[in-house]
Ligand binder design. Structure first.
Ligand code: ATP
Ligand code: MG
Length: 470
């Protein structure tokens, strides 16, 4: 059956096919088409050398970018899609668990498929006739819903440690199991992941966290039980084996955490926060005289743990910040007054607020037990009050104030510098206490009467963060 491709991809495939009969769709798109899923992207492969592919693309008026010369991948920027074209290649011996010592271009697609990680990723569909090339029986594994390495799993994991994580992530995303030899090798070779750069590891963890259905929870469980978590999420390892605390949680901490991940909406900040929300608990656990567990300060410690882990994983700073705030605030009480709410809003911003509510709800439901129903009522009432407060609020950040830095400099007679920011932060602090103060005349009058004394009094403000930091 003829291979049907999106228009832009087909245009490129046709252009390549004018030069060689060896043009194939490869990688994840073949797998996804066979599963009836929408492919994320389309990768083509052929026996044309990278220079020939780039040349051909440019002659059609498309931009071609070489993605790492030695790997022979050319990205072609077509209108509406970017398609990567690789040249069939084999990979020689691996010097370490990251990079092959040598790469050789070859004429046969089968040799190219041999270097690929899993059987379900090592299939090719020829353009234009749709001929299947499936030397590792990937289609049979798709039917059995199995992730299995191409060739001996121990050797393949030793070649490239990232494959350990890719196996878990792929199984989680597809709702597949690991074939048993592959699963066994996972535990044995977990250490190989140490050699992989954070920039490659973190996106895999995030994709695992965002896996649909029960995938995220089962994938994370596998990550912990196989020992991979010790390498990529060492901060969380003390959660393993922590018993239920008796009062609120009926399940062990790790199980609770995975439930909260699964119950939270699949957005990166919320899912990362769900994963870390109780990470402080094992470190602060104390038993009282009647044997009940207490976890004083686990939220603040959890936020610190997020920051450490985020630095290690090189997560983008705004994401890390957002996640840390969520973890820091996840224990908030529903009887908070309007002032407390405005502080919460100022700290999290409107988006962060929705994240926090989603995290809280998942945490409550994931806690289970008899009190969930009554807590849910309290949650709904709190959410309604908080959204009202948000609608009424006049300023959450310095840019929302009715005065700006020029006013401060003029009235206080200060030059540009940190003092201006501090004065604005102090004014915001006042407005959070009393939103009615956010009126130009009233703020100018505070500046005139209190002058430089405005700064340096009252509590240290967390709101001096640059605009957009909330
Ligand atoms: P998706 O695009 O949905 O993430 P994918 O399978 O296309 O899935 P890519 O990361 O785009 O994943 O990789 C494309 C193909 O390259 C894979 O299907 C696989 O055949 C091969 N591949 C990717 N990473 C590796 C690796 N570390 N080792 C061996 N082969 C790999
Ligand atoms: Mg892909």
């Amino acid at each position: 059956m003829a291979l049907r491709l999106p228009c832009a991809v087909a245009t490129l495939a046709r252009a390549l096919a004018e030069r060689t009969p060896e043009v194939y769709l490869v990688g994840g798109a073949v797998r996804d088409l066979a599963l009836g899923r929408e492919p994320r992207d389309f990768d083509l492969a052929s026996d044309l050398p990278p220079e020939a592919v780039a040349d051909l693309a440019r002659r059609h008026g498309w931009t071609a970018v070489t993605v790492g010369e030695r790997f022979g991948t050319v990205a072609v920027l077509l209108p509406g899609a970017t398609v990567e074209v690789t040249t069939f290649r084999t990979e020689g011996r691996y010097e370490d668990a990251r990079r092959p010592a040598e790469v050789r271009y070859v004429a046969d697609v089968r040799a190219d498929l041999a270097r690929r990680d899993f059987t379900i990723n090592a299939m090719a569909l020829r353009y234009p006739d749709g001929l299947w090339v499936d030397p590792y029986r990937g289609r049979a594994d798709l039917r059995r819903r199995l992730v299995r390495t191409v060739g001996e799993p121990g050797r393949r994991f030793a070649e490239d440690g990232l494959r350990l994580l890719r196996a878990v992530r792929l199984a989680a995303e597809l709702g597949f199991r690991l074939e048993e030899q592959t699963a066994l090798a996972l535990a044995v070779h977990a250490e190989r992941l140490h050699e992989i750069a954070a920039e490659r590891v973190a996106p895999e963890i995030e994709r695992l966290l965002l896996a649909p259905g029960s995938g995220a929870a089962s994938g994370l469980a596998l990550l912990f039980h196989s020992g991979l978590a010790s390498v990529v999420l060492p901060e969380l390892v003390p959660m393993i084996g922590l018993p239920p605390d008796g009062e609120y949680h009926r399940v062990p901490l790790l199980e609770h955490t995975l439930e909260v991940v699964a119950l939270s909406p699949p957005r990166p900040a919320v899912r990362w926060a769900a994963l870390f929300h109780d990470a402080g608990k094992p470190y602060v656990r104390e038993l009282d005289p009647v044997g009940r567990a207490h976890f004083f300060g686990h939220d603040a410690l959890g936020a610190e743990i997020v920051r450490l882990a985020a630095r290690r994983l090189k997560l983008p700073a705004p994401l890390a910040d957002r996640v840390a705030r969520l973890v820091r605030r996840h224990m908030f009480a529903f009887d908070m007054g309007p002032r407390g709410m405005r502080r919460l809003l100022a700290e999290l911003g409107p988006d962060g607020l929705e994240d926090l509510l989603d995290l809280k709800l998942a945490d409550m439901v994931g806690t289970g037990g008899a009190h969930v129903a009554s807590a849910y009522d309290a949650f709904l009432a709190f959410r309604a009050r908080l959204r009202d407060e948000l609608a009424r609020t006049t300023a959450l950040r310095v840019p929302d104030l009715a005065v700006d830095g020029h006013d401060v400099m003029r009235i206080l007679g200060t030059p540009p510098g940190p003092a201006v920011g501090a004065a604005l932060a102090a004014l915001l602090e006042r407005v959070l206490e009393n939103p009615e103060l956010n009126d130009r005349e009233r703020l100018l009058s505070i500046l005139r009467t209190e002058g430089k004394g405005l700064v340096g009094r009252g509590p240290a403000s967390p709101h001096g963060a640059p605009p957009g930091g909330g």
